[in-house]
Write a protein that binds this ligand. Structure first.
Ligand SMILES: [Zn+2]
Length: 457
């Protein structure tokens, strides 16, 4: 390498070095972002319980009347839509359970959290996108945050144990303390934090139970604790907080005279089925044996007025669910209040989700507060697929291709001008008094490079 080339390289390095280039000054001015999900928090859970902390957050920030989740209204699929901005048919995490219709393997929710191939199937979640753009991220129990994507892991992640107690309020506070440390000591820019309640209590006791109301009060106390810790950690002016959820909860009518029971359907036999995914709330998937699709479909489509059975091709396109290779040739869902029983009745929950996302009981919450958000604003309902674009905007990163639109949530921001946030004016380096006024370091660097290029030439 000749001397002028070395000088040119040095000039270019200087251009990109800390203190002189735009990327670093943007990093210095970037707000942090905490995305919190309280699983199964139905949109109206704050209406029959006192929730002073959620109410205070609404006054300090933005509240949606409700948010419409993606279909199927299940935990992993809906959480992955929040962090990819894609409908479920486009991100491929189509169920809480890993399944393989050929090997017949089916794994439960917790095991599926650790199956990389179930998650890493073409869509890049926001953690990885942010990291590729120079940020540091963390995931605390958030579904999908514990596997690698395109060989990249989330900077810091915590995964719950198989026997995790999702309801322990003390542990929730410890987890919040950890996340605060991640921001203040580990320098993370984005953290996703997941709580398994009030979903578990809603399933067990039903959404109209006192136990569920008590759990919503626990969630509210936790929101108060979280906002106190944000203040005491000195993050109030630099951290945006988004609190949302994956889906709602509906009461199961366990004593209905017309339960949906496959084992009682005339003209249907499990002998015709090669693979089944039933007994999972209101949704089901079937692979008929070769040549029997039409026969099984005919036997099922009018079998029960509360059950809606479709071929993959005839499934409502508006739900943006069936157009994925993982979806089986037959799929179905039941009406609110009903679950789909297969060979035996083995479902005993008093509350369920998984229903059509236009069912009001499936709607969920969206709240946000922080330096980037307007105060005291209530917005009309929107689809959860739009949250991702907002998150990317808050972090100042370029989003992956997705199904959302930034325009939907842009009006929630104090500075709703389109495009990435403009960086703060860079601090002039020492000696810059010699530079002409108004010359940015970037322009200066380019000028130096141009002069050196002239010398090389
Ligand atoms: Zn859930």
């Amino acid at each position: 390498m000749g001397c002028p080339t070395v000088l040119l390289a040095a000039a270019l390095l200087t251009l990109l070095a800390p203190g002189t280039g735009a990327p670093i000054s943007r990093k210095a001015s970037r707000n942090k972002l905490l995305l919190v999900s309280f699983d199964g928090f139905r949109w109206d859970y704050d209406q029959d319980v006192d929730t002073p902390n959620l109410d205070a957050m609404a006054l300090d920030g933005v509240k949606a009347r409700y948010m419409t989740p993606a279909f199927v209204t299940m935990t992993s699929p809906c959480h992955f839509t929040l962090v990819t901005g894609r409908y479920i048919e486009n991100h491929g995490v189509v169920h809480n359970m890993f399944y393989n219709t050929t090997s017949k393997v089916k794994l439960p929710y917790h095991a599926t959290l650790g199956i990389r191939t179930w998650w890493d199937n073409g869509s890049l979640p926001i953690w990885i996108t942010a990291q590729k753009q120079g940020l540091r991220t963390g995931s605390f129990f958030y579904p999908g945050g514990n596997v690698t994507y395109q060989d990249t892991a989330v900077t810091l992640s915590e995964k719950e144990g198989v026997l995790h107690n999702y309801a322990d309020e003390k542990a929730w506070r410890t987890n919040i303390d950890t996340v605060m440390r991640w921001f203040t000591e580990e320098g993370l820019d984005l953290v996703t934090l997941y709580f398994g309640e009030p979903d578990s209590t809603g399933h067990k006791y039903g959404p109209e139970s006192q136990q569920r109301r008590d759990m919503v009060m626990q969630v509210d106390r936790t929101v108060g604790y979280l906002r106190d810790r944000i203040r005491s950690s000195g993050l109030e002016g630099s951290l945006n907080l988004v609190i949302t959820s994956d889906h709602g909860m509906a009461t199961v009518n366990k004593k209905a005279p017309d339960l949906v029971e496959f084992h009682k359907f005339p003209n249907f036999t499990f002998k015709d089925i090669a693979f089944e995914l039933l007994d999972y709330g209101p949704s089901g998937m079937l692979v008929p044996k070769e040549g029997l699709l039409e026969k099984v479909y005919t036997a099922l489509k009018g079998a029960h007025p509360r059950l809606h059975v479709y071929t993959k091709e005839s499934f409502p396109a508006s739900l943006r669910y069936a157009n994925n290779p993982r979806i089986t040739p037959l799929l179905m869902f039941s009406d609110p209040g009903y679950v789909i029983h297969g060979r035996l009745n083995v479902q005993f929950n008093n509350g369920e989700h998984g229903y059509h996302n236009e069912v009001m009981d499936m709607k969920t919450i969206f709240r946000a507060a922080g330096p980037s958000f307007k105060r005291g604003l209530e917005v009309e309902p929107f689809e959860s697929v739009h949250v991702y674009e907002l998150l990317c905007r808050l972090l100042g990163i370029v989003p992956e291709p997705n199904d959302g639109s930034l325009g939907v949530l842009l009006p929630t921001l104090r500075d709703p001008s389109p495009g990435p946030p403009s960086p703060r004016p860079p601090t002039p380096p020492s000696g810059s008094a010699l530079l002409p006024r108004g010359w940015s370091p970037l322009v200066m660097g380019l000028s130096v490079a141009t002069v050196l290029l002239a010398k090389v030439a």
